[in-house]
Design a protein around this ligand. Sequence first.
Ligand code: F6P
Length: 550
Amino acid sequence: MTSRLTDLPEWKALAAHYEEVRGIHLRELFARDPRRAERFTLSAEGLMLDYSKNRVTEETLRRLAALARACGVETARAAMFAGQPINRTENRPVLHVALRNRGNTPIYVKGVDVMPEVNRVLARMQAFARDVRSGAWRGFTGKRIRAIVNIGIGGSDLGPAMAYEALKAYSQRDLTVRFVSNVDATHIVEATRDLVPAETLFIVTSKTFTTQETMTNAQTARAWCLAALKDEKAVARHFVAVSTNAKEVARFGIDPQNMFEFWDWVGGRYSLCSAVGLALMVAISPEHFLAMLDGFHAMDRHFAQAPLERNMPVILGLLGIWYNNFFGAATHAILPYDQYLCRLPAYLQQADMESNGKSVDRQGRPVGWQTGPIIWGEPGTNGQHAFYQLIHQGTKLVPADFIGFCKAVNEVGLSRASRDDHHAKLMANCFAQTEALAFGRTAAEVATATEVAGRPELVAHKVFEGNRPTNTILADELTPAVLGALIALYEHKIFTQGVIWDIFSFDQWGVQLGKELAGKILPELIAQTEPELRHDSSTNALIRRYRGEP
Ligand code: F6P
């Protein structure tokens, strides 16, 4: 992009258009066009996106697509798929799409096709997963592995942890699978408290293999294991590593034979389809893992090929920009109506906020516009009894994605057609919420309701303004392929937005400073004698209080 974002004629046209449409109510938009839902619904790769309950007209979408074009979304998309080093601050390509390139078309990095390596590691993962699942892989004392503990943090934790929860119904139920991330010892202590060392396998997952939390937990796990098995040789049967850093893996004492590699062109928060997904593959089987990759790949193809106007990730991205940059919405809620997706909001928090939480453009100049929103959420219906009050009647605009499924994984109730069906109740709530948010309830409607009879002062409190935008993403059933398509949908939404905001979405320099300062403070907390503190007065006082010094 040569002009700055807000100087583009397409941006200015959108700003003018915003002034024209900002006051229009969704009630009016739906009344004007009986075919609105049909017009603003798109199906792709097992997902249906109904975006009709957004404060947009056909013109809005045309103008947003024009903005995407002017910002070079199509060129940037092609550059990513072609393996160009689009992560320029780290001088790396961004090729998570290669990890699930099920068509196996060659993808070149520095003239070398990466697909043979991708497939080699995938084959090793499958062999390992089959061995653990069948009992062919035994612990040091010859016992079968009954528990898998993934030790990792951020992208080396959230992806497999989220997907394991999501696909628990596909997991081998006699295998315990746990995820340890926090450096707080409570996490590893509670995760291992009821496990048997001779039957436990640790997967130490870290792209860099230097991350403080992961290395600390891995050392603790090693000590826990060796305290029971009393032989260094046991490490080879109870520890495997997933990393890009063979040297550090060897230094830790894990046999390089037991290392599953990935590459620097896989970003941590985009790494679920790499060997980072090993614990998930062991849990759900190679077949289901590959089905998940198929779903990712299908959405990758859709993103790569569909015109911007009919491109699901692009539409989600553009709607996000509409609210973030024109309506001033600071947050975006992810509200899955499926308990299995309980970790999806946390996963998307990292994917989105670590990618697009940036404040300088690609030239290093301060951006003059808002970038990534705050991502948050909880599964429905729980959220309804907690924070939905604010979404319905608060002063802030909170655009939200509702995610649900037509068929339950667990059909419980008298029958699918009965009022006792859990799933019908769940989805009735999902649909009702988007209806209530869009259309609200007017003062006139409230005034005629019997509940306010004789108490007109209650009317104002019971009015729902409505006009609160939502997307609904609906699929038949939560399968591995659908999960893959859903995650890829959000990955490419984030990509689209980053291109338009003219920021680098694939680095994360903002996590460094805290790590460095913690490195300075740690020796001060554990020093035998009172250390000389050179921080600000607040930090100095906190350190002294921790040490119990006056
Ligand atoms: O501190 C942030 C971060 O670098 C994330 O980007 C990454 O996913 C996480 O830490 C874990 O890093 P690693 O896989 O190298 O341990």
